[in-house]
Design a protein around this ligand. Structure first.
Ligand code: CP
Length: 349
């Protein structure tokens, strides 16, 4: 494996100032199926590459993947993830095509495997997949042999969201990691930072990916929500992760307040009293001012104004919600470049 690093985009890695070795320690070359499959070294390299690409002259950047083909395969609706992956791939010069379950032969019963093989036959060199079933990205990678970027699989993971969330919180809290020096990411990077993830933890792939990533960088993660959305199961907790039912107490400890939408589409008959929920867990200007006046507010989107947070908070000075969207393009450029570069290397091996 290590010899392949010699032929990986040397210029980008030289600018990243970190060894390429860890880029090969994923499940398959170029794929990103789970954020848990990334070493901290690889996380640092993706962050560094995202900064190189963000700062690069757009004309030069568009040469990197000119005429390469990337397919976006979306079985669930999406605004942020789909658009930012598409803009990222196009910004690198790749040709993209979107296949949606609502306007394709998926409606006629075509399987994920057959759709993936069809996209490969059409010249796709990587597939970005969103799917309602946990594990779908693994299956697609296995059946096609292509690099797959998991853009959200059921209630399981959303790894690119966790990476863009990390980039968003590093910008104000640890800016050296996004500067030209590319300070390495370590188990101490977020030491002393507390992230309170609040809301529908049970159904959230965003929460799961952040829980897999943030404690490895030294962050303390508080999970907060009512038992129906945050069951009392030991599996929810882990090293660096604690459960706090009282929202005020969670806020009072938080440097980052990460709010989550209630995923109505995944509740499967679960009854929730929304007035009771708002009384206990809605992020309001008053709560923020009283308990977390110095914290930043994040939300993966889509937000539901007036439910998990108020419009005033979403639009307020502590909100980084639109910054998250902006960071998403840079992170996804790095992921697409990594997928096509490493994927091609593997194909030649
Ligand atoms: N955060 C996120 O996944 O948003 P979309 O569903 O709009 O892609």
């Amino acid at each position: 494996m290590p010899e392949k690093s010699d032929s990986f985009d040397r210029a980008s890695l030289a600018q990243c100032n970190t060894p390429a070795r860890s880029l090969f320690m994923t499940h398959a070359a170029g794929s990103l199926l789970s954020v848990g499959g990334l070493t901290l070294e690889a996380v640092g390299e993706i962050l560094a590459l995202s900064t190189v690409l963000e700062n690069e002259d757009p004309i030069q950047r568009a040469q990197r993947l000119a005429k390469r083909r990337v397919a976006l395969l979306f079985y669930e609706s999406s605004t942020r993830t789909r658009t930012s992956f598409e803009l990222a791939a196009k910004g690198l010069g790749a040709d993209t095509t979107l296949v949606s379950n609502l306007s394709s032969s998926i409606e006629k019963g075509e399987t994920l495997k057959d759709t993936g093989l069809t996209l490969r036959a059409l010249g796709a060199e990587a597939i970005i997949l969103r799917h309602p079933s946990s594990g779908a990205a693994w299956l697609l990678e296995r059946e096609t042999g292509l690099p797959v970027l998991n853009a959200g699989d059921g209630m399981h993971e959303h790894p690119s969201q966790a990476l863009l969330d990390l980039r968003t919180m590093l910008a104000p809290l640890r800016p050296a990691h996004l500067g030209s020096g590319f300070e390495a990411v370590t188990a101490e990077t977020l030491r002393g930072v507390t992230v309170a993830i609040t809301g529908d933890i049970l159904h959230s792939r965003v929460a799961r990916s952040n829980m897999l990533l943030l404690p490895r960088l030294g962050a303390r993660v508080i999970l907060c929500g009512p038992p129906k959305l945050l069951p009392d199961v030991a599996a929810m907790a882990g090293p660096g992760i604690v459960v706090e039912r009282d929202f005020s107490r969670a806020l009072a400890q938080a440097d980052v307040v990460m709010m989550l939408r209630i995923q109505a589409e995944r509740l499967a008959g679960l009854q929730l009293d929304l007035d009771e929920y708002k009384a206990g867990y809605q992020l309001t200007e008053e709560r923020l001012a009283e308990y977390a006046p110095g914290a930043v507010v994040m939300h993966p989107g889509p937000i539901v104004r007036g439910l998990e947070l108020t419009g005033e908070v979403a639009d307020g000075p502590q909100s980084l919600i639109l910054e998250q969207v902006r960071h998403g393009v840079a992170i996804r450029m790095a992921l697409v470049l990594r997928a096509l570069t490493l994927g091609k290397e593997a194909g030649r091996a």
